[in-house]
Write a protein that binds this ligand. Sequence first.
Ligand SMILES: Nc1ncnc2c1ncn2[C@@H]1O[C@H](COP(=O)(O)OP(=O)(O)O)[C@@H](O)[C@H]1O
Ligand SMILES: [Mg+2]
Length: 385
Amino acid sequence: MAKEQKTETVEPVAEPVAVRKMKRYWRVAVIANIKDDDQPHPPGVPDDAYADFDHIETIHKLQAALESDGHETKFLMADRSLPAAVLEYQPDICFNIAEGLGGDAREAQVPALLEMLQIPYTGSRVMTNAISLDKTFTKRIWRDRNLPVAPFQEFAQGDEPLRAEFKFPLFVKPSREGTGMGVDTKAIVKNDSELRERVNYVIQNYQQPALVETFLSGREFTVGILGRADSKLYSRHPEWYDDKDGFHRLPILELDSSRSVTPQVYSKAAKSKDVGEEGAPDFTCPAIVEPDLEKKLKHLAWRAHTTLNALDISRSDIRLDEDGNPRLIEINTLPGLTPDYSDLCLQAAAEGIAYNDLILDILCLAAGRWGLLEPREIALKANKR
Ligand SMILES: Nc1ncnc2c1ncn2[C@@H]1O[C@H](COP(=O)(O)OP(=O)(O)O)[C@@H](O)[C@H]1O
Ligand SMILES: [Mg+2]
């Protein structure tokens, strides 16, 4: 016999953010980790640690972009001072680009804190930022969803037997870093002794497992994804977004590292060069590719984004294997946002999207999701009455 269903009166929860915050201009906290190139690293911390942190100039550019639409902004450092600072400032929403400090999921630290305090923020949430930092976890999920990735094996100790299916050359990198940290031409290993040496270097230097993959010898691309299914309801530029699925695919950027400071590898050293500088890779955006390959690359980046439940913005790196088939390398759910420098900003600029508009759209998409913005359709309908 079916259990008797009890009807309970549900007490209303606290006033929703939508009701509290239906205002035009917000207090926006820009949350980031800042690098100080003059500051020596503590003992045991690798030379290239903090490479993914931002320069204060980027924060100023972000603040200027947000303020250009009338919002008030304040920069908050993503360190131990953050919980108190965020409670004191009481932002309506945070623009989060913080990479975090230490632990196994540092990019998820700020989202986790803000969720606990129930403060809205831009971009992906805790689970997605934790998983996407970990390249092995990410690839396991993509593989499970039949997305093409290079064969891979994680080495936590260093002396694990290499699976028989692998053929040299292989590529070795830290499983949980970014911005080319721990990646240079020595990451390409041609035999077992080079493999062991590099795996041990990664484990010891970065205090984390080494991810070993088949070396993908083909062209390299990176593809930005903006939006989500209901972007058109909240965006300041609804025309950017696809009528069917609501996402915007930024133009594909090709990185040709053959003449760079680290040939074949988009390393930390190569990433720290300005566009056009000696030793920088050649950047081509939009990449010159066959329409079929363009479709595939954009589709893969979109699948990479949606499979991980990424939000608002991401950038996925893809390389072709020796047979010319695209393989997903990694997804950046906190892509760099330095104008005229970061890959994603180059992609936006290539199709005429101004930096301020890009930043404000990331803000509006997040604000819509957190109930700070009225959906456009509802607003339009309300005006008609
Ligand atoms: N399996 C691979 N085969 C060939 N090159 C690779 C492979 N994995 C990474 N790379 C190279 O190393 C660079 C950095 O690797 P990536 O996984 O994107 O880490 P990061 O987070 O540092 O950007 C890539 O842009 C690419 O040039
Ligand atoms: Mg990358």
